[in-house]
Structure formats: structure tokens, C-alpha cells
Design a protein. Structure first.
Length: 168
């Protein structure tokens, strides 16, 4: 079925775009506050590393082959890492910019600091969701193709030719 491969390509492309946006906004924040200690920038550094890993894996797995579905455990791990980054950033917000899902002033490029920060949080959340959906799609693909392979093997074994010798 080609639909699952098309969905996989769309998900990988969206993962790449969202990880790039998060890397850009987070990198801008790290550049702006580069004189702060590394300990105080730990959440941002973690988010930047997860965005870089996500860009790397989504670029590699954007190639439309069926083997890209069997990497669903890595998709789950990356999704969990994105959820951790989302939690760290939300915890860092601590109500200073208003309600977390109030996205009125969200803009990753020309917004104020709160708008950029909320854009980073929003795209982190969306990245976590996309990696989770990719993992679920991969798990579905692997289990459905595994069942088909066992059924096909059983049918091949049971369909003996008339000229084959009995194994008894």
C-alpha cells in the first residue's frame, strides 16, 4: 500500500521542518545569551541537541524505502526526548509570559522574547507529536507486514505440489 509510504514521507518532512525551526529559535536564544553560564543554559542546549538529532534522523529516513518503517523504536525514543524538552521549556516559562497555550503573540522571527519562547515551545510540542505518530505508523507497518509474512509462509508450506514426495 502506497498510502503509508506517502504519510511517512510527509511526517518525516514535517519533522525536519519543525526541528529546523526549533533549532533556529533555540540557537538564536543561545547566541543572544551566550555569556551566561552553561549550567543556566542547560535546557536550551538539550533542546538544541534533540533538534539536531531529529534533523539528522529525519533527513536520513526521508528516503522512501520500506526499511524506514522499522526504526519505530528510535522514533519512540526521539518522541520521549522531545516530550522531555517540552516539559523543561514549559517549566522554565513558569508563568512569566502568561498561559502556556495562549499563542496570541507567537512568532519565531519577529516576535518579542515571550513570543519567540512560546514559538519554541509550540514547535517542540508539535515535534513530539509527529515523532510519536511516526513511531505508531512504523509499529503498525511492522506488525501488519509481519502477520502477512507468516500467513504467506504458512500458505506456501501447505500448498504442496502433487509430484512432491510425502514427508511421512
Amino acid at each position: 500500500m502506497a498510502l503509508d509510504r506517502i504519510i511517512n514521507i510527509v511526517l518525516r518532512a514535517a519533522e525536519l521542518v519543525f526541528a529546523t525551526i526549533v533549532a533556529g529559535v533555540t540557537g538564536q536564544h543561545l547566541h543572544q545569551y551566550r555569556h551566561a553560564s552553561n549550567w543556566s543554559q542547560g535546557r536550551w542546549i538539550y533542546t538544541e541537541v534533540i533538534a539536531a538529532l531529529s534533523m539528522f534522523f529525519s533527513l536520513i529516513w526521508l528516503i522512501p524505502f520500506s526499511w524506514s518503517f522499522v526504526h519505530w523504536p528510535v522514533d519512540i525514543i526521539l518522541s520521549l526526548c522531545w516530550w522531555a524538552a517540552f516539559g523543561l521549556l514549559v517549566n522554565m516559562l513558569d508563568g512569566s509570559c502568561g498561559y502556556i497555550f495562549n499563542w496570541n503573540n507567537v512568532h519565531p522571527i519577529s516576535g518579542d522574547q515571550c513570543g519567540k519562547f512560546k514559538a519554541d515551545i509550540a514547535f517542540t510540542f508539535l515535534s513530539a507529536l509527529l515523532w510519536l505518530v511516526s513511531a505508531l505508523l512504523g509499529l503498525y507497518w511492522v506488525t501488519s507486514h509481519g502477520r502477512r509474512a507468516t500467513v504467506d509462509a504458512a500458505q506456501r508450506q501447505n500448498s504442496r505440489r502433487w509430484y512432491r514426495r510425502s514427508r511421512v
